[in-house]
Design a protein around this ligand. Sequence first.
Ligand code: GCO
Length: 439
Amino acid sequence: MKYKRADFPPDFQFGVATSAYQIEGHANGGAGQTHWDSFAATPGNVANAENGDLACDHYNRFEQDLDLIRGAGFDCYRFSTSWARVLPEGRGPINQQGLDFYDRLTDALLKRGIKPCATLYHWELPSPLADLGGWRNRDIANWFADFTEIIMGRIGDRMFSVAPVNEPWCVSWLSHFEGQHAPGLRDIRATARAMHHVLLAHGRAIETMRGLGMSNLGAVFNLEWAEPADDSSEAQTAAALYDGIYNRFFLGGAFKKSYPQNVLEGLEPHLPDKWQDDFDTIAAPVDWCGLNYYTRKLITRADTSWPSLTDVPGPLPKTQMGWEIDPAALSRFLIRTAQEYTGDLPIYVTENGMASAERQNDADRIDYLNQHLAEVCNALDHGVPIKGYFIWSLLDNYEWALGYEKRFGLVDVDFETLERRPKDSYRALQAALVRDQSG
Ligand code: GCO
């Protein structure tokens, strides 16, 4: 690595991120059905019809995985809690095994000197709640608050940080407008409601955790840079709308108590009544803001109904996902977010990383990480209060609708034998991060 721990402020945290459904093995330990199980069981939705039943079997192998985290010298581990593992029906009866699992995981992290950073929801909604309309149903904010109370009532005393929801855009737009993630809808009314309710649920969870006396609570947004595909005013308008839908809607709700006008032009008729009245909850004060960043898109006008835009292929080098590599957009986002939304609030890069087909000698990933860390340094030089950087991901894992083919891990997983093998990127980070034992 070009960068070392010493190139960053003394309190800067390095971490890795994972999510429950992508690694745990959902069939383990009495978890309930989720909308990802039925989405994956529906022909055509997921590459090779793969699901998260076994995944990395982290549920049974977490000690070994936490050893890997410690072995590389990471300070923090960002994991998520599975709602259906704790509450198989989404509400009501508790699966004690599930609570016990997160309790063991927490203590195993602390024993190794790793800070536990929890995300409460990373996309696997319990099916009985999906049956009631899931994110379309306003009641989800209270169901989520109840789940928050139960899981954080058990492990909240030992968390370094907590964020309620991973990537509201994916939970709502990608899943209800584009239909690419569970529940696989393509419905504008469902989309508008999901976008609003996911923020409302975030706010209710923050309020609930404050009630438990917890601190260091945040929010995690995925941002994608929207670049006009050409100089035309049509392309610029389309890119501004893409930016509105993807980035500004959620940041605006959480930090400014407002939604962007260009997004409201299409979505307002579909939002729930009196949506403005929810902003005090949605914008419940947080202690930090997390940004997940991977790529940019070139956007232009399309001859369709609203939002009348599309993306076109760009010229930059691409990852195994086909995503363009554009490190400069990361510092632009960090600076813009601080300037326009969060001010002095600490910012974390809560996810950054790449998929690569290279299973051992992943020089491409080392390069990607170096290029993005350079942009983190650039934003720090501009005075942005960035407090940490998390890599997605520790292990190769279940990449949602793309199954197990796309490999984001610092550690290779053989999905036949479940053997873990650190890649070159893991060793490079280890050399950069492990603290001098003598010092
Ligand atoms: C994300 C997710 C992960 C994905 C990763 C790569 O937050 O988008 O947290 O679940 O696997 O981003 O697509």
